[in-house]
Ligand binder design. Structure first.
Ligand SMILES: [Zn+2]
Length: 675
């Protein structure tokens, strides 16, 4: 999931090299917000009839500083008598490590050069299903190119080859591609993450987001291209640009009447690749969580994880819910019921859905543009929310995902499955993942030296920008409505409780704290920063900023679906698995928080040190809501609190910490219960 961009101009157009250069740079910089792991640019060298590719594991802004690229772009853009193009990609690595250049975009396969934003999730099935095509790389994009080439070879038109290939693919694809044997440029998308700006005459620009083209138009003097329009390429549609006449032909990716075999030239454009190397040492961004338990040290490493279930079973627990005696500020009355139960106000009592329908009515857009933004993690709740919003409320949503470096591949695949199937655009905001992960590593190292349970939320600090960016994207897109899938049952009083904050039984929302408690929290964090100076690193400002953005971001026209729709675990799981083949994790039966690499790590610490985790609070809320029996809930938490080796290993590996060292130190933390 990445940013793609480009410019195409027809033969004999008058645009100067300077103008085209400036355009490509501006679009590239705007696209960088979607991914900084690697990048690539393809350009057409008309003098030598050569397709040139520059790519490497570097952010696109770094790539553009490459002197050879500058020189070649200049000369390519100076050849006014021929058609000219350059297109590129800012990549957030999803599969295929960025350190192997064949996995970086543009991808070259079977004479097709393409940039692809999205994930194809049925890659393995497709290679098996079509034995005529051969796999060479790790990257998912490859299979799409091989399929298109295969269908072209079966005497299909280009349109028909695209239709046949797109129909086989499950997941998300927004792509641009060129060929070594025909002068055609393809833009195609199955989920609408693709926009064009063109004058209908001799020039076309494209980008992954409408906002980017608007910004581009602001930053560039476009008077010389005359009047232009910014248009969405709708889900399951595309464009073929006939480069010789600069004719733009809209196409459908669902079916086509065009059965004429494509005329392919026998003379082929050679492709030349220039690798651009990073001057920094890089860690591979991809480690597939699903296969971690197959590594040779897995059994040995698994054995280090402790789960003192016999001791945990002796903890005194509330007679009504499951909260144990180690829970912060817990008190039991003579009947053995806890103060959390006593003060509990039922939450899962939704208002009629008609109320929500009335509320959203004024936000509906008549022109087919998106009317609501859904923050989308790919987790079970946000997936279900997207389903209801699109299928039951009939709204036209845009989803938004904030990737702060801890979004698992599993979550990314699930995002692709659902957005691809529903034809919904997914806007990604990718932070500098390497930097964020380094911050997490430094915070864990500081924490290990003085392991206060109240400081654990700092590991997750980076993700709170979610709120801030949701707000920002709404403004960018001119969308007023925001619907969240936050589930009130996820309320976990204990995280701030361990920081010394008494429970606020009257708080309205999960993500709200009184001013007094906010100050107290800053005080607690401040004290720990002094005690363990390792926290004073580059991440402090990130952490503070993230606390601020979590609590201070304004939230107008902000609704919660579960205020109007009953939260029901079974209904949600059935809906998302049956409709979208939503993928579960390999190391747990639970479907909660599996798209977040952090949860398995902190729940390991809470369980080991305090004898309970988030699972206990979640199931306790379900008991209080009358959704589950205490007996069933207890059985579930004993199972759910089991250490999740794959995820913990993935997490430590990805932030660059030694598994054995960290786990052994955690194992030595004194317990809050008799061990
Ligand atoms: Zn209780």
């Amino acid at each position: 999931m990445c940013g793609i961009f480009g410019v195409i101009t027809g033969k004999g157009s008058a645009y100067s090299s300077g103008f085209l250069n400036h355009s490509v740079k501006t679009l590239a910089h705007l696209s960088e917000s979607r991914g900084k792991d690697s990048s690539g640019i393809c350009l057409f060298n008309s003098q030598q009839k050569l397709q040139e590719i520059f790519k490497g594991p570097v952010p696109v802004s770094f790539l553009l500083k490459n002197n050879k690229l500058k020189e070649n772009l200049n000369s390519a853009f100076s050849a006014k008598s021929d058609f000219r193009y350059a297109f590129g990609h800012a990549r957030l690595v999803t599969n295929g490590t960025q350190l192997n250049d064949e996995n970086n975009q543009p991808v070259i396969k079977d004479g097709i050069i393409a940039i692809h934003n999205g994930i194809v999730v049925n890659v393995n099935e497709l290679w098996v299903k079509c034995p005529e095509i051969k796999r060479k790389y790790e990257i998912d994009t490859e299979v799409l190119l091989s399929l298109i080439r295969y269908h072209l070879q079966q005497n299909n038109s280009l349109e028909q080859s695209l239709v046949l290939s797109f129909n086989e693919v499950f997941g998300t694809v927004s792509a641009a591609m060129v060929f070594d044997d025909m002068n055609k440029f393809v833009l195609a998308t199955n989920n609408g993450s693709l926009y064009t700006l063109h004058n209908g005459k001799d020039i076309l620009f494209f980008a992954s987001e409408k906002f980017m083209l608007r910004q581009f138009a602001k930053k560039t003097n476009l008077s010389e291209i005359g009047s232009y329009e910014i248009n969405a390429v709708k889900p399951s549609e595309g464009l073929i640009v006939n480069l010789d006449e600069f004719k733009i032909i809209p196409i459908s990716l669902i079916k086509t009447e065009n059965k004429q075999p494509e005329e392919l030239s026998s003379e082929k454009y050679p492709v030349k690749v220039y690798p651009v190397l990073s001057n920094k040492k890089q860690r591979s961004t991809v480690i597939d969580l699903n296969y971690i338990h197959l590594n040779p040290d897995a059994e040995k490493e698994k054995a280090i994880l402790q789960y003192p279930i016999d001791k945990i079973k002796t903890l005194k627990r509330c007679s009504k819910c499951l909260l144990p005696e180690t829970f912060p500020f817990i008190e039991y009355n003579e009947k053995g019921e806890c103060n959390y139960c006593k003060n509990y106000k039922p939450k899962n009592q939704p208002k009629p859905i008609n109320d929500l329908l009335k509320l959203v009515e004024p936000f509906r857009k008549k022109d087919g543009s998106p009317d609501v933004i859904i923050p989308f993690s790919g987790g079970r709740d946000s997936t279900y929310v997207l389903h209801v919003i699109k299928k039951e409320l009939g709204l036209n949503p845009v989803t938004y995902t904030y990737d702060w470096g801890m979004v698992t591949d599993l979550a990314r695949r699930n995002i692709a499955r659902i957005c691809g199937k529903l034809g919904v655009e997914n806007i990604i905001v990718a932070s500098d993942i390497h930097w964020k992960r380094e911050n997490i590593r430094k915070n864990i190292e500081a924490w290990i030296k003085y392991p206060a349970l109240g400081m654990i939320p700092l590991f997750m600090a980076g993700d709170k920008y979610f709120f801030y960016y949701a707000h920002k994207i709404k403004k960018q897109l001119g969308i007023d409505l925001e619907i969240w899938g936050i589930n009130e049952l996820e309320n976990t009083n204990f995280k701030t409780g361990f920081a010394g904050l008494k429970p606020q039984f009257d708080k309205k929302r999960i993500y709200s704290l009184s001013i007094q408690n906010q100050l107290k929290l800053f005080g607690f964090v401040g004290k720990n920063l002094i005690q363990s100076p390792g926290y004073i690193n580059q991440s402090v400002f990130d952490s503070l900023g993230s606390f601020a953005s979590r609590y201070l971001t304004p939230k107008p026209n902000y609704y919660h679906l579960f205020d109007y729709v009953q939260w029901n675990e079974k209904v949600i799981e059935d809906t998302i698995i049956q409709n979208y083949d939503w993928e579960k994790a390999v190391d747990t039966n639970s479907t909660w928080r599996i798209g977040d690499g952090t949860a398995s790590f902190y729940n390991y610490i809470y369980t080991l040190v305090a004898g309970f985790s988030e699972n206990d609070t979640f199931r306790s809320n379900q008991i209080r809501e009358g959704m589950i029996s205490r007996e069933d809930a207890l059985r579930l938490i004993y199972e759910e609190n089991k250490p999740r080796y794959n995820s913990i290993k993935w997490y430590l590996e990805i932030v660059g910490l030694d598994y054995e060292t960290v786990i052994k130190k955690i194992n030595n933390i004194p317990r809050l219960y008799n061990s």
